[in-house]
Each structure stands twice: as C-alpha cells, then as structure tokens.
Design a protein around this ligand. Structure first.
Ligand SMILES: Cc1ncc(COP(=O)(O)O)c(C=O)c1O
Length: 475
C-alpha cells in the first residue's frame, strides 16, 4: 500500500468512526444475530490473492457491524457499561502504527516511562500512597492472577522452586468476581482451598464469618494466604468493609488484594474517595480504566506496595533479554507472566490529558447522578423494587411480579435493540442490572430506557394477567 493509499483509507476510516460515534443511537445496541450467521456470511477459506481495502471496509460495514453488540453505545447498560472515547481511539491508532513491545525499558523507553508517569498521575488522583507501584495488564483477570501469585510467594517463598505447599488458602466472598477463583485454580491452590465467605444484607463480605473460616483453617494446620475484598462487586457493586478486612489480613499475615476493577475509578471524584478507605493498606489493588475511566478495552491497572514480591514471583530472564540498563530501570516483563506487552499507557496519557482530572470527574459524577435518578424513578413505581443498595452507577431492581416475569422482561427489552440490560440472581430472585457509565449516556437515555422497561413490564403484566397474578406479586 502506498503512503497516499494509506492516507486516503485512513481518512475514510476516520470518517466512519466519527459518523459512528455521532450516530450510534441509530444502531441497535444488541443485534438480532443467530449463532452461525456471521460464519455463514463469510468465505470458508482465506483469500488466495489480496483484496481491495474498499471491499474489506464495505464488508466490515455490511457483515460485521450488524452483528456487533455495541458496547460503546450510550444505551448499553449490561454487565458494566464502558467507553472508548475519541482520545482513546486515536491513541489506539497510533499504538498500532508504532507497534512497539513494552517488555523492557530498552525495548521502548517511552512506553515504560509513560506507564510510570500515567500510573503516578492516577495514583495521585486516587490519593493512594506514594509507595504504590503500578503496572498495566490487559485485564483484571490477569492482574488478579499476578496478585495471588505474589500472595503465594509472600506466604510460601519456597513455592517458586519446590512447588506450592499444601494448605495455602484463599478467601473471597460469595460475590467476588469469578476471576479470583479462576486465578486460584490456575495457580494450583485447588478450588477446595478457596473459601467463599457469605455476605450480609448489603452483599458485603461478612467479617465474623471471614474470621471464623480463617480460625477453622488455622486449627487444622492450613495457612491463610490471600483475602480478596471488592470495591464494586460485579453483581451489585457492593463495597466490602476493607478497613476491617485489612485488620484481619494483618492479624493473620495474609495478603490483601482489593478488586476495584469497576468501582475504583469512582474514587477520582473527591466526594467518592471514601470508597477506597482501607485500600492504602492493601498489598495489591486493581482498577480497570477500560471499565469506567474512558479508555478502550483493554487496560487494567494493578498497584502493589510490594513490587519486590511481585517481581520475585514472576521474573525469569533469559540472556537475550539482558540489557546494560537493567540495574537502573523498570523492566515491566519482570512483573508478570507476559513478555510482550502492548503500549497501553499511551491510551491513558491521551485520555488523562484530553479530559484532565476535572473533565473525568464531571463524567463520573454524571453517571453517579444518573444512577440516583434511575433509583428514584424505580422507587416511585410501586410495581418495582430496588434489589441492592445503589453505591455507584449500577442499579439492581426487579418487578414485584416474580422471576418469570423479570426474565421475560429482560428478553423483551433487549430484543427491542433500544437498550441492553443484564441480570443477576440475589437471594433467589432474578434481578435486572442497569449499569451506567458510557461517556455519551445522557439523562434522557436513562429515562427513556427506564420508560421502555416500565412499559414493557406493563404490557407483559396485562398480557399474562392470569399467570402473573397476585400470587407472584406476593413473592
Ligand atoms: C469486579 C470485577 N473484577 C474483575 C473483573 C474481570 O475483569 P476483566 O474483564 O478485566 O478481566 C470484572 C469483570 O466484569 C469485575 O466486574
């Protein structure tokens, strides 16, 4: 491709992106695609000869886009609502062009140092202690794997050489994201050695039961290795009592990992800083800029007070990777299983500089406010109830007519393509999750999507009046 051809193609792609971002509300949030539709629309074998960019781009628009679930849509309220903002998109473009590998300082000094600088800025915004060392991984799932690997190194320094000793135990809550349990499985703890501590009425880890579980384990010779606390759990955005959990971790000499993958970014808002109370005592903490900090997928940040432990757990260098600067620099490959690393810090740099702290705070505040508005609308409707405290930008609610109706309600709302919600189950109840956080979501998106939910429920109740009668309402 000649430079001029590239330039023209880039302009056309940029035009499409600008149009897409401006008109995304015209696209359905969720496609009506059936399994196999996309495969059937594409050739079974790769092309023998190269094809024109025009053709590829046209097929992208006609065959791929209609089968995308639009995560960057302002009415995407499922799982956790995320944003790929214009500065992040532009940074991704440049990342692909320079195509560096941020494994060593030498393999790209700017990438390593920009990672140090941007994570330092973020640490200041979050008012975390200076000694917190930061590293970017692709996802929180990989970050927690590294954190629990460090916890194992902390509890059992021989594990690296001899393999893990039996009895090392990990404590999570019933509502901790599955990535922590997966990490424990992958690291060889064994699922039997992961304790799922029950939660209280606000879906927070119960301290009395955590202590009880640890004492029971100690009594039979086990070693508490790691406790995972959540700030913004996945189902309900519950905030575990981190200061008290930190006391327990200290008392039993266990590693405290805080999963703030979704909730953490909210602490940039001054009046929300309180959600990170106790996090300064964590051994490690994760938050995901790709969830609620306006950076495109993927970008997850891990901070640790014990980079040496993380490094001991993960570093293994080969001769060909040694450089003259090793003693004076950070080589990020030493802090994880990954050697090759994308240049994700550029996205943080673009987003942080373009919006500034004030711009980011304003966007976060808007999502928090919209969640409270939605909560009030739901509370004002006697047919519905709020199912969990609204701590951040996630609203969990249900129609009072029972699980079957709520399941049908979710299917019907999502099938309209006008909004996309997800669900969870709380105390046996099927609950709808309305997660707010996209940078383009306006209050009218929230109000109109709520009206869609309410009207759809009204129609369902009328339609099935016989089936969904008061016997369900009483449940
Ligand atoms: C609280 C929490 N932790 C961890 C994760 C895993 O995140 P990732 O997709 O970055 O691995 C999620 C995903 O939704 C989450 O909600």
């Amino acid at each position: 491709m000649s430079p001029e051809e590239f330039r023209q193609a880039a302009y056309r792609h940029a035009d499409w992106i600008a149009h897409y971002l401006e008109n995304v509300r015209e696209f359905p949030v969720m496609p009506g695609t059936q399994p196999g539709d996309v495969i059937a629309a594409l050739p079974a074998a790769a092309p023998e000869k190269g094809e024109s960019l025009e053709q590829i781009f046209e097929d992208f628009q006609s065959k791929i886009v209609p089968a995308l679930t639009l995560w960057n849509h302002p009415r995407f309220f499922a799982w956790f609502s995320i944003s790929s903002t214009p500065p992040s998109i532009l940074a991704e473009f440049l990342v692909a062009a320079v195509n560096i590998n941020a494994m060593l300082w030498k393999s790209s000094p700017a990438a390593t140092e920009l990672e140090q600088v941007t994570l330092g800025w973020l640490r200041q915004w979050l008012e975390l202690p200076k000694e917190f060392f930061g590293i970017i991984y692709d996802t929180a799932s990989v970050g927690v794997l590294q954190a629990i690997c460090a916890a194992r190194e902390w509890a059992d320094p021989d594990s690296r050489i001899k393999g893990m000793r039996p009895g090392l135990t990990v404590y999570i809550s019933e509502h901790t994201h599955s990535s922590s349990e997966k990490a424990a499985i992958a690291l060889g703890f064994g699922q039997e050695n992961v304790r799922k501590i029950p939660v209280d009425a606000r879906f927070r880890m119960r301290l009395d039961l955590l202590k009880e579980a640890i004492e029971a384990d100690l009594a039979v010779g086990r070693r508490p290795c790691c406790i995972v606390a959540s700030i913004g759990s996945t189902s309900t955005a519950a905030i575990d009592p981190v200061p008290e959990i930190a006391d327990i971790a200290e008392r039993y000499n266990a590693w405290l990992h805080v999963d703030a993958a979704y909730g953490g970014p909210a602490a940039v808002v001054p009046e929300m800083r309180r959600i990170l109370a106790g996090a300064e005592r964590a051994h490690s903490l994760i938050l995901n800029p790709h969830k609620w900090l306006y950076v495109s997928v993927d970008c997850s940040v891990l901070y640790t007070r014990f980079p040496d432990v993380l490094r001991r757990a993960s570093s293994l260098s080969a001769e060909y990777l040694r450089t003259a600067e090793d003693e004076r620099v950070t080589n990020y490959m030493d802090y994880g299983v990954q050697l090759g690393r994308r240049f994700r810090a550029l996205k943080l740099w673009y987003v942080f500089r373009y919006y500034g702290r004030q711009g980011i705070v304003a966007m976060l505040r808007e999502s928090l406010k919209q969640a409270q508005t939605l909560k009030s609308l739901i509370e004002a409707d006697p047919e519905f109830e709020i199912a969990a405290p609204v701590e951040l930008s996630l609203v969990c609610f249900r129609h009072r007519a029972g699980n079957e109706l709520n399941q049908q309600l979710l299917r019907e709302v999502n099938a309209t393509g006008k909004a996309f919600l997800s669900h969870t189950v709380l105390n046996g109840n099927f609950v709808l999750r309305f997660a707010i956080g996209n940078f383009q979501t306006s209050e009218s998106d929230v109000r109109e999507s709520w009206a869609l939910v309410r009207d759809t429920a009204g129609a369902l109740v009328a339609e099935y009046a016989g089936d969904y009668d008061l016997r369900h309402r009483a449940s």
